[in-house]
Design a protein around this ligand. Structure first.
Ligand SMILES: [Mn+2]
Length: 310
C-alpha cells in the first residue's frame, strides 16, 4: 500500500517528469543522437517528424508527450540491433516538432506541408505521434505527391473506421475511414475492438483484415497481404496493436494484442519484396517513471527502419 509520503514523492516525480517533457522543447534530442551525430538532412534517408497532437483522446491521456518520450528513449538503443544493417548507416534526421495548436484540419494541413517538404527531398517520412488522427496528414501528402498508387498497412487494436466519433470526423477513431476515403487499399492487422458499423464497413468495402483472434488461432501467415496489394506501402502502427502487457502506456489498451516477435515477423513478411514509402508510430502515452512503453516504441521505430533496408 502507498503511504502518504510515498504518494507525495510519486506526485513530485510525476510533475517533474511532465514539466521536463513540456518545457524543454529545444533540448529534445534527435533520434539516437547519443551514439550517432545527426547527419545533414540531405544525407539522411529517414526523416523523423515529431507530432505531439492530442485533441480527441477518449480515455487515457498523454499522447501529446509521446514523440518526445520516444526520442528520449531512443538514446538508450543499441545502434546494431543484432540482425540487420543499422538504419543509422543511411542516416536518420530528426525535425523540430510540428506545432499542434489550432483546429484539426489546420494542424493536419500543417503536418502535410512538412511531410511534403520531406518527400520533395526524396526521403522517407517517419511520423511520431501523437494520437492516431495525425496519420491522415502524411498519407494525404503522399497522395498529393504521387497519386493513390500505394497501399496502407494498419496495425491497431481498433478498426478506426467510424464516420465520426464524439462529434468530430477527425477523431482518432475515424482516421482509417478518412484514409480509406482517399481511395487507397487498406489492410488491417491485430484489430480486436470495433463497432458493428465498422464491421459492416469493412465487409461492404472489402477491406482486408487479419484480426488478433484469427492470428492467435491460426498462426502467422507466410504471406500476410493479398497478392494484388500494392508494392509500395505506407505503414501506420498504433502501438496498442501490441499487447498492453508490453506497452501499457497507451490511451485505449485492449487485451489480446500481438507479442513482440510475432509483430516483428509479421512486419518483416509484409515488407518482404515491398517498398516502405513512409510510416508512423502513434498513440504512445508515457506512464511516468515506467520506461518500458517508450523504449519499446523507440525500438519498434528503429526495427521498422531496419526492415525497410532489408
Ligand atoms: Mn488503437
Amino acid at each position: 500500500m502507498f503511504r502518504p509520503r510515498m504518494i507525495a514523492r510519486l506526485t513530485h516525480l510525476y510533475c517533474h517528469e511532465i514539466s521536463a517533457m513540456s518545457t524543454h522543447k529545444t533540448e529534445c534530442p534527435a533520434f539516437l543522437a547519443s551514439d550517432v551525430p545527426p547527419p545533414a538532412p540531405e544525407k539522411a534517408r529517414f526523416h523523423i517528424l515529431p507530432v505531439p497532437y492530442e485533441k480527441t483522446v477518449s480515455y487515457g491521456h498523454g499522447t501529446g508527450l509521446g514523440p518526445e518520450a520516444i526520442l528520449r528513449a531512443s538514446q538508450q538503443l543499441e545502434v546494431f540491433n543484432g540482425h540487420n544493417c543499422p538504419a543509422t548507416e543511411v542516416g536518420i534526421f530528426t525535425h523540430p516538432p510540428v506545432s499542434c495548436t489550432g483546429e484539426a484540419p489546420v494542424v493536419l494541413r500543417r503536418i502535410s506541408d512538412r511531410v511534403r517538404d520531406i518527400l520533395t527531398l526524396g526521403k522517407i517520412p517517419v511520423i511520431l505521434g501523437g494520437e492516431h488522427t495525425v496519420s491522415y496528414a502524411p498519407v494525404a501528402a503522399l497522395v498529393e505527391a504521387r497519386g493513390a498508387d500505394f497501399g496502407v498497412v494498419h496495425f491497431d487494436a481498433h478498426a478506426d473506421l467510424r464516420q465520426e466519433y464524439e462529434g468530430t470526423p477527425w477523431s482518432h477513431a475515424c482516421v482509417m475511414r478518412r484514409i480509406h476515403e482517399l481511395e487507397l487499399p487498406v489492410a488491417q492487422f491485430a484489430v480486436r475492438s470495433l463497432s458493428w458499423d465498422e464491421h459492416q464497413y469493412r465487409l461492404d468495402h472489402n477491406i482486408f483484415h487479419l484480426d488478433a483472434a484469427e492470428l492467435a488461432e491460426e498462426g502467422l501467415p507466410v504471406l500476410p497481404l493479398p497478392d494484388d496489394f500494392p508494392e509500395d506501402i505506407y505503414l501506420t502502427f498504433d502501438i496498442d496493436a501490441l499487447d498492453p502487457s508490453l506497452i501499457p502506456g497507451t490511451g485505449t489498451p485492449e487485451p489480446g494484442g500481438l507479442f513482440w516477435h510475432d509483430a516483428m515477423r509479421l512486419l518483416r513478411q509484409i515488407l518482404a519484396g515491398r517498398r516502405l514509402i513512409g510510416f508512423d508510430v502513434v498513440e504512445l502515452a508515457p506512464v511516468p517513471n515506467a520506461h518500458v512503453s517508450e523504449f519499446s516504441a523507440a525500438r519498434l521505430v528503429y526495427e521498422i527502419m531496419g526492415m525497410a533496408l532489408e
